[in-house]
Design a protein around this ligand. Structure first.
Ligand SMILES: Nc1nc2c(ncn2[C@@H]2O[C@H](COP(=O)(O)OP(=O)(O)O)[C@@H](O)[C@H]2O)c(=O)[nH]1
Ligand SMILES: [Mg+2]
Length: 288
């Protein structure tokens, strides 16, 4: 007698990851998108907790990952390192970046780095209620056009906009934000790109190498021949020399921030709605 045990192959689920600054509504949105069943675990080799759940769009089931809040993908904290590693190593098909509509600039700083990774992205502009209350008016169409990615405005605490996220995931695109670095950095990046075996992520990884980010070296660059690795160290050294008193990572961060600020400024207007109400009232009082 043969034992006919049918082993169903595991469904090959697409992986989508939720990222963003702390306290922007990621976990609340994750809960709505995945429903009741989620599994919490430590990311391998770390004490950082990530949450997995299934997200059912009309046509498919996606594995959704909720991550801890970050301020940058050039990691300082272990949380940031884990989120960076998930994006680079877990074969992610797209990123949902949740932003606080009251603080576009801070969110866009992260977007510049996701763009350098070349990952398809959907932006969820959350906390629209609070932005409105403060008279912050964002031209969402203009922002979407500038970034080249779909943007879904939401008020997660009122569950507004959540269904649209599911529909728009399939339209996610690589953000078209190109941070222009100094000539030295750009030339070094070209040289790094030449020796990288896999052009995927190469701009982001190149910038990490130039920033002297050692956390990346152990695993991701392991495929590069040893003699070339020392060349990368020299390159970091060389570009460091040319940047005088500050570490090169400072200039890289500054350029990203400048672009984030510039974009945020161009698509935002402060209507002073509450302010003008005060003025109106004051005017009426004074005329009396
Ligand atoms: N006013 C307002 N509060 C929100 C909104 N979305 C989330 N919150 C609140 O923001 C806080 C942080 O939410 P959470 O999902 O934990 O954020 P995370 O740190 O990004 O995972 C919670 O108190 C939420 O209730 C929103 O659209 N409007
Ligand atoms: Mg959270």
């Amino acid at each position: 007698m043969h034992n006919h045990i049918k082993t169903k192959p595991l469904p090959h689920l697409k992986k989508v990851v939720l990222i963003g600054n702390p306290n922007v509504g990621k976990s609340l949105i994750f809960g709505y998108l995945t429903g009741r069943y989620a599994t919490v675990s430590n990311y391998p080799g770390t004490t950082v907790e990530i949450t997995l759940g299934d997200l059912k769009t009309g046509s498919e089931t996606i594995s959704l990952i909720d991550t801890p809040g970050i301020n940058s993908l050039t990691p300082i904290s272990e949380d940031e390192r884990v989120v960076r590693d998930i994006l680079l190593k877990e074969n992610i098909s797209s990123v949902i970046q949740v932003m606080d509509a009251k603080n576009l600039e801070r969110g866009l700083y992260i977007t510049t780095q996701v763009a350098e990774m070349g990952l398809p992205t959907l932006i969820v502009l959350n906390m629209m209620d609070e932005a409105q209350a403060r008279g912050v008016d964002i031209n969402i169409a203009a922002l979407s056009k500038r970034l080249g990615v779909p943007i879904v405005p939401t008020i997660a605490i009122q569950r507004k906009g959540i269904e649209r996220i599911k529909k728009e995931i399939q339209n996610s695109c690589i953000p078209q934000v190109w941070v222009p670095y100094s000539q030295t950095v750009e030339e070094s990046l070209d040289e790094i790109e030449e020796i990288m075996p896999n052009p995927h992520f190469s701009r982001f990884i190149g910038l990490s190498i130039l920033s002297g980010d050692r956390s990346l070296k152990e695993n991701l660059i392991s495929s590069i021949p040893k003699n070339k690795l020392s060349f990368l160290d020299q390159l970091h050294h060389f570009s460091q020399l040319s940047s005088k008193e500050y570490p090169i990572s400072y200039f890289i961060g500054l350029k990203r921030l400048e672009l984030a600020k510039d974009i945020a400024q161009k698509v935002s207007a402060t209507s002073f709605k509450s302010g003008s109400q005060v003025l109106e009232t004051l005017g009426r009082i004074l005329r009396l």
